[in-house]
Design a protein around this ligand. Structure first.
Ligand SMILES: *[C@@H]1O[C@H](CO)[C@@H](O)[C@H](O)[C@H]1NC(C)=O
Ligand SMILES: *[C@@H]1O[C@H](CO)[C@@H](O)[C@H](O)[C@H]1NC(C)=O
Ligand SMILES: *[C@@H]1O[C@H](CO)[C@@H](O)[C@H](O)[C@H]1NC(C)=O
Ligand SMILES: *[C@@H]1O[C@H](CO)[C@@H](O)[C@H](O)[C@H]1NC(C)=O
Ligand SMILES: *[C@@H]1O[C@H](CO)[C@@H](O)[C@H](O)[C@H]1NC(C)=O
Ligand SMILES: *[C@@H]1O[C@H](CO)[C@@H](O)[C@H](O)[C@H]1NC(C)=O
Ligand SMILES: *[C@@H]1O[C@H](CO)[C@@H](O)[C@H](O)[C@H]1NC(C)=O
Ligand SMILES: *[C@@H]1O[C@H](CO)[C@@H](O)[C@H](O)[C@H]1NC(C)=O
Ligand SMILES: *[C@@H]1O[C@H](CO)[C@@H](O)[C@H](O)[C@H]1NC(C)=O
Ligand SMILES: *[C@@H]1O[C@H](CO)[C@@H](O)[C@H](O)[C@H]1NC(C)=O
Ligand SMILES: *[C@@H]1O[C@H](CO)[C@@H](O)[C@H](O)[C@H]1NC(C)=O
Ligand SMILES: *[C@@H]1O[C@H](CO)[C@@H](O)[C@H](O)[C@H]1NC(C)=O
Length: 546
């Protein structure tokens, strides 16, 4: 609309034509009674459009009605008092002038043409992450668009307008709005909208909206993550380590890295609300011995927080308990040595306590009582004030024997014929000896530890012989088997016979007396069997007693 916006050529033409009109008007006179009209007056049309303009007058005999314009013009039609022209390819605002003659006087009129054009609108890219609590400036870039006076822009969060509508100034024009980013803005869509208000021109309100851009906000507290790790870790062992951080948003988007020294750890990361928890299993390698750092690095948005904790990787070797020989013969010397890794203190039963890292030694002359003896070695290591213990035992085998214990093997036994007995006898030795008791003449073997029904053939002297690869040991055992004495049996028989006889006699006398008094008598048939029964039971009792 303003001359300054027209191309220089058009400007000059306009100036000249305006000058011309001024002169003509002043020269006017009679013709001034009649006027020229342009239809439509002051049109508003889309860029590149074309339109028909009608130049009319009520002058009865007008002449030379013409249209002056910098636009491409085509005379379309004319009639009495009018002429129509088609103006095409209207790209800029301009002025058109219509002139003619009426009754010898020149008449003229003019009209402005306003072109409207929709702008291109876009929202400047947002930062990939924006911290919560920081002001975010949204920039809307508007290019083109006309007429600018009727163009305004506004920034939007979703459909919410973030500021009053602002005029669009400059080319390209920038319209900004500042918002304080909050957690609620995470994932929000921002866009920019322009409005070309041509309602006064009867054309309506035209809106153009930029493509939306999504904002990601984050909140990473200034506090450092908490690393939960053991103070000490033995080489080759595994322990869980944790890294915990609270109050971060959005916790699920945080990146966590943990390392033991230069070794990255595999993590399992979980988040609950604003709390982030990472877990890893740290395994110490041999080459990591010493003080190492557990590093936890939490990254959110473009910021990260890092926490470190010291961890001592140690190795605790041993204790290794060594015997110079595990199978030794009696009365030989055995060296017992207990060793362990550097800085490890060992303690061996019966040996002097060496300084840490040095072996403990014991030299001993072994006898049979050392067979099966356990040597115990105790190792301790102090790692950062934590005292760790390990122990080991080793058993010594002493080869000796065979030997029969006199105390455990009775040398004289007196048994009765046809009674049951167990021969108990033990022999010692390593390797364990075989013990066998055989009759000195008949070679009859008496099983040891097994119940045996003895008879007179077992009477005699036995050679009890313990035998092992290490030799033999013999002990004499006398078993005296006593035959059941015939004299004692006879005495018992005689006594029983006498008692039986007396009983029969007493019974007969009694019955005889009763018969003489009453004239009748009975014979008690079971009476005489009584002594026989008692005789049997006597024998049983005697057997059990023996
Ligand atoms: C131009 O205007 C006149 C008078 O108003 C009218 O008679 C004529 O039809 C118009 N011509 C066109 C092409 O509209
Ligand atoms: C419209 O005008 C422009 C320059 O002003 C020109 O480049 C274009 O070819 C014209 N279009 C038509 C259809 O005449
Ligand atoms: C035309 O002009 C002459 C004088 O120049 C005047 O006498 C005449 O009345 C005019 N005609 C009309 C229709 O006005
Ligand atoms: C954000 O901008 C407002 C003014 O727009 C200002 O008052 C406030 O202090 C700013 N806040 C921060 C954190 O920069
Ligand atoms: C923490 O991790 C991030 C992302 O991997 C990395 O860019 C940053 O350098 C790390 N910080 C340190 C101190 O290692
Ligand atoms: C870790 O140990 C080093 C010395 O080895 C020490 O300087 C540092 O302060 C320790 N770090 C922590 C977190 O204790
Ligand atoms: C030690 O003796 C036992 C039997 O007492 C035997 O089994 C083992 O093989 C022997 N070991 C050695 C190393 O001689
Ligand atoms: C035991 O150790 C001593 C020295 O401590 C050594 O002289 C001896 O030969 C060793 N004996 C055996 C059986 O290794
Ligand atoms: C092992 O050694 C530690 C300290 O050196 C001691 O407290 C502990 O009682 C020892 N254990 C045995 C079984 O000797
Ligand atoms: C020896 O170590 C074992 C584990 O290896 C342990 O169970 C036992 O209690 C320890 N014995 C002593 C006496 O310290
Ligand atoms: C004694 O007992 C053995 C077996 O137990 C038997 O072979 C033997 O005949 C018996 N001798 C006598 C005299 O009963
Ligand atoms: C049993 O043997 C001993 C001698 O070894 C002998 O004196 C005794 O008479 C024997 N007894 C019998 C019943 O043969």
């Amino acid at each position: 609309m303003t001359p300054s916006r027209l191309p220089p050529g058009a400007c000059r033409t306009l100036f000249i034509s305006q000058l011309l009109i001024c002169c003509l008007l002043s020269l006017g006179g009679q013709g001034q009674r009649f006027r020229l009209r342009l239809e439509p007056q002051d049109p508003v049309l889309p860029v590149g459009g074309s339109f028909l303009v009608n130049c009319t007058t009520d002058c009865p005999q007008p002449q030379l009605i013409n249209l002056e314009t910098s636009l491409s013009k085509e005379a379309r039609d004319h009639g009495v008092g009018w002429a129509a022209f088609l103006l095409s390819n209207v790209t800029d605002d301009s002025q058109i002038h219509c002139s003619g003659y009426c009754n010898g006087s020149q008449i003229a009129t003019s009209s402005g043409i306003t072109v409207f054009r929709f702008p291109e609108v876009q929202l400047a890219p947002l930062p990939p992450w924006h911290p919560v609590g920081d002001n975010l400036t949204l920039r809307c870039l508007v290019t083109g668009g006309a007429p600018r006076a009727r163009l305004s822009a506004v920034l939007l969060r979703g459909e919410e307008e973030l500021s009053p509508r602002r005029p669009v100034v400059g080319e390209p024009a920038e319209v900004t709005a500042t918002v304080l980013a909050g957690r609620g803005d995470h994932g929000a869509n921002f866009s920019c909208r322009t409005e070309l208000d041509l309602r006064p021109q009867g054309l309506g309100l035209f809106q153009n909206t930029s493509a939306p851009r999504q904002l990601r906000t984050f909140d990473l507290p200034a506090t450092l993550p908490r690393v939960e790790a053991p103070l000490n870790l033995e080489v080759g062992t595994s322990r869980p380590v944790h890294c915990i951080l609270d109050g971060l948003f959005p916790a699920s988007e945080a990146q966590v890295q943990m390392a033991l020294g230069d070794q990255m750890l595999d993590l399992i990361v979980t988040s609950h609300g604003d709390k982030l928890r990472a877990k890893a299993i740290a395994t110490a390698r041999t080459d990591q011995e010493g003080v190492r750092e557990i590093v936890c690095n939490v990254t959110l948005g473009d910021e990260s927080r890092q926490a470190r904790e010291n961890l001592t990787v140690f190795s605790f070797l041993g204790p290794f308990l060594n015997l110079s020989d595990t199978n030794v013969t009696e009365w030989s010397t055995v060296n017992v040595t207990c060793t362990a890794g550097a800085r490890v203190q060992v303690m061996l039963d019966g040996a002097r306590t060496p300084p840490p890292g040095k072996p403990a030694q014991l030299q001993l002359l072994v006898n049979e009582s050392d067979d099966g003896r356990d040597f115990f070695c105790n190792a301790t290591l102090d790692v950062n004030g934590v005292v760790l213990h390990k122990n080991t035992t080793v058993q010594l085998r002493v080869l000796y024997g065979p030997r029969i214990d006199r105390a455990k093997c009775p040398q004289r036994l007196t048994w009765k014929d046809r009674t049951t007995h167990v021969l108990r006898c033990q022999a010692r030795g390593n390797p364990a000896p075989v013990l066998r008791c055989s009759h000195e003449r008949s070679g009859l073997v008496v099983p040891i530890g097994i119940p045996l029904c003895v008879n007179l053939t077992y009477n005699g002297t036995y050679h009890c012989k313990a035998a092992s690869p290490r030799g033999t040991h013999t002990l004499l055992v006398v078993i005296d088997v006593q035959s059941r004495s015939s004299l004692s049996v006879s005495i018992v028989m005689v006594v029983l016979a006498v008692v039986g006889l007396v009983a029969v006699v007493v019974a007969l006398v009694y019955i005889f007396r009763m018969q003489t008094q009453s004239g009748s008598y009975y014979v008690k048939q079971q009476g005489p069997s009584v002594p026989l029964t008692s005789m049997q039971s006597e024998e049983t009792v005697g057997e059990e007693a023996s």
